[in-house]
Design a protein. Structure first.
Length: 311
């Protein structure tokens, strides 16, 4: 039985771990050739090798890129077209943050993006941090959209294979783009945080850009949507929530009574990448455990376990 992405080609940024990795696994399982992109070449090569072993009938390629550099984004989009002959799905899932040694890494868990450790509230964030965060995390999505659109316009149509011009662009945003928080969290984490002076605003900008691009390119067969994860269960968050008080302070706001898993965001991205969402564009798909709809949440423990990771 053909997969939901059979004969198509996908590019996933931040594919070395977390949402990007889980999404790449799903895309390949559904028949897509996949270019995994990450700034950590060792991680993404390891991921690509594992996926290729699980899905031997598709082509899986790894590439290194810094999404904070336009030339890197253009290069990996060009690489996808060269390797696969087309680009049908672009998942802009990666961002970068600053460390003492260099600009590095990905929005590996991508729940709310990666923020600079000095990104604070509107009163305390310095202009240089604001500019840096916008430069990398917002422009990276813009460049990803820009070069994906240029490539998708050139996609050849092959009715026999279910292929057509255009494609699907998916941008990772966050529930923090539409909600506020007054509880301090870890500064440099893709999680439920109120110290995201720059980051919260840029996620709102990602949503606005997604809507605008969706309207501009709708009649070209190019769909542009976003996925907004809620708080995810990552090692960093679990290390931070090291007391029952800290954990309960967050879980009380989650109607489902647990943190999300990266694979749950990946499944949403898969839906947006397939023709099952063919009448959706300009939409933000919230995968947040109900937090953005909540006021008073239920009592008790959830009866269903979280899904299992694919990797």
């Amino acid at each position: 039985m053909p997969g939901r992405l059979q004969n198509k080609a996908a590019l996933v940024t931040g594919a070395g771990s977390g949402i990007g990795l889980e999404s790449s696994v799903l895309f390949a399982q559904e028949g897509a050739n996949v270019l995994l992109v990450d700034i950590n070449l060792q991680a993404v090569e390891k991921a690509a090798a594992a996926i290729a072993q699980k899905s031997p009938n598709v082509k899986v390629v790894a590439a290194k890129a810094d999404v904070g550099k336009e030339e890197d984004i253009k290069a990996v989009v060009d690489r996808a077209v060269k390797e696969f002959g087309r680009l049908d799905v672009m998942f802009n899932n990666a961002g970068t943050y600053h460390t003492t040694s260099c600009f590095t890494a990905r929005r590996a868990h991508a729940a709310s993006g990666i923020m600079h450790p000095e990104d604070d509230n509107a009163l305390n964030t310095e202009e240089r941090i604001w500019d840096l965060t916008m430069q990398i995390n917002l422009k990276g999505v813009w460049w990803g959209c820009k070069y994906a659109i240029l490539a998708m316009r050139q996609n050849p149509t092959d009715e026999a294979k279910g292929l057509h011009t255009g494609g699907s662009i998916i941008n990772t945003a966050s529930f923090v783009a539409s909600m506020g928080a007054a509880t301090p969290q870890l500064a440099c984490m893709p999680l439920y945080s109120s110290r995201i002076g720059c980051l919260t605003r840029l996620q709102g900008a990602v949503l606005a850009m997604t809507r605008e691009l969706a309207m501009v390119h709708a009649r070209e067969g190019i769909r542009v949507n976003s996925v907004s994860p809620g708080p995810l269960k990552t090692p960093l968050l679990m290390d931070f929530l090291n007391t029952p008080e800290k954990r309960d302070r967050r879980l009380v706001h989650l109607p489902m009574g647990r943190f999300g898993e990266a694979v749950e965001i990946a499944k949403a991205a898969l839906f947006l990448g397939t023709d099952e969402s063919s009448y959706m564009t300009g939409t933000d798909l919230k995968v947040d455990g109900g937090i953005s709809s909540a006021y008073v949440t239920p009592l008790g423990e959830p009866i269903l376990p979280p899904p299992t990771s694919l990797v």
